[in-house]
Ligand binder design. Structure first.
Ligand code: KG4
Ligand code: ZN
Length: 333
């Protein structure tokens, strides 16, 4: 079965063709990072307009690289939330029109389910159940993946998402958007010398606004004297420790011994190392997506769409035209 996947939830216009949920035939990503960099973050209006001018070309390239035509598509998977509503709308409207025109089913797909499915593209043998540590620009969640389309939220951030905290700290350290990779690069040259606050709740929730504020306060107080490399290292280490500790605490309590990383921050080398080391120590198995599937891409959306499709979560666009983008869509909704 061939799925065309479409992802436009933030600042990448991406279209992919995959077979049977796991085999990637093409995965085209047209990123807008250089445009948004000038503004220090994603400007939603500009993102929507760029998706609109890009989408048809990105679809064409995805079909060309996969060496297929519209006739070969069996179903269309599209991200309908969460994300920037105007950006999501472009992908959703395109997917609906295409589904109508070629008379193929549409599979509305959750962006975070896509990030989790990035692991299926990397590990052919991986099957639920497992714990997913979802860390992106908009989300920090611990999700128990009971089955391909069955999820339970075990913990979540009470304020900022991890990627968001990385991006804000990057700004304080004078680094460009997107800040995560930049902070990580700077951190490699520094040492863990700044003591920063960690949060602990009586469940498996996270919080990252306290540490972000602490970094801002120290940066203001120290001014020119701030050791930027050491601050980047201290911030990255503290955040990765909090994520790792909380994740394994939940896994032990729930008796789950497989963990998969997901989302843009899963590209972080220190987080990958800490999760791998802790898993090795406990005799657990850790999965982390190939770097090209960590940040937003349509192959992961097509993979998640495949599992929704085979479990019957799709419909014929001619029966139901009202699919809409949902900025705050919750997982499992
Ligand atoms: O998943 P993603 O591409 O978009 C959302 O769904 O939010 O994640 C983007 C986030 C950004 O905040 C970016 O700074 C962060 O992922 N990120 C990283 C790294 N690479 C991307 N954060 C830390 N270390 C990295 N290597
Ligand atoms: Zn994402």
């Amino acid at each position: 079965m061939i799925c065309l996947g479409i992802e436009t939830s933030c600042d990448e216009t991406s279209v992919s063709v995959i077979r049977d949920g796991r085999e990637v035939l093409s995965n085209i990503i047209s990123t807008q990072i250089e445009i948004h960099k000038q503004y220090g973050g994603v400007v939603p209006e500009i993102a929507s307009r760029k998706h609109l001018s890009n989408i048809a070309y990105v679809v064409e390239e995805a079909l060309n690289v996969a060496n297929i035509t519209f006739d070969d598509i069996d179903y269309i998977g599209v991200t309908y939330g969460p994300g920037l509503v105007g950006a999501l709308l472009v992908g959703v409207a395109y997917a609906k029109s295409l589904a109508y025109a070629i008379n193929k089913p549409i599979v509305p797909t959750h962006h975070i389910e896509g990030h989790i499915a990035a692991n299926y593209l990397t590990y052919n043998e991986l099957k639920p159940p497992f714990m997913a540590l979802v860390v992106s620009g908009g989300h920090s969640h611990l999700i128990y993946v009971k089955d391909y389309t069955e999820f339970e939220i075990i913990g979540k951030t009470r304020d900022d998402a991890v990627g968001e905290a990385f991006d804000k700290v990057a700004r304080v350290l004078g680094l460009p958007y997107p800040g995560g990779p930049e902070v990580s690069r700077l951190a490699e040259k520094g040492e863990f010398t700044y003591k920063l606050p960690k949060t602990k709740f009586d469940n498996y929730d996270f919080s990252f606004s306290g540490i972000k504020t602490a970094v801002i306060n120290i940066a203001h107080k120290e001014g020119e004297k701030l050791r930027r490399e050491d601050m980047a290292c201290s911030f990255e280490t503290t955040v990765c420790e909090e994520l790792t500790d909380n994740c394994f605490l939940a896994m032990k309590a729930l008796n789950i011994n497989k963990v998969a990383l997901a989302g843009g921050v899963s590209a972080n080398r220190l987080l990958r190392k800490m999760i791998q080391e802790k898993a090795d120590e406990l005799g657990y198995t850790a999965y982390m997506p190939d770097l090209k599937y960590c940040t937003d891409n349509a192959a992961m959306i097509a993979s998640a769409a495949h599992y929704n499709f085979i479990s019957g979560k799709y419909y014929d666009i001619k029966d139901k035209l009202d699919l809409n983008a949902k900025a705050n869509l919750r997982i499992g909704e």
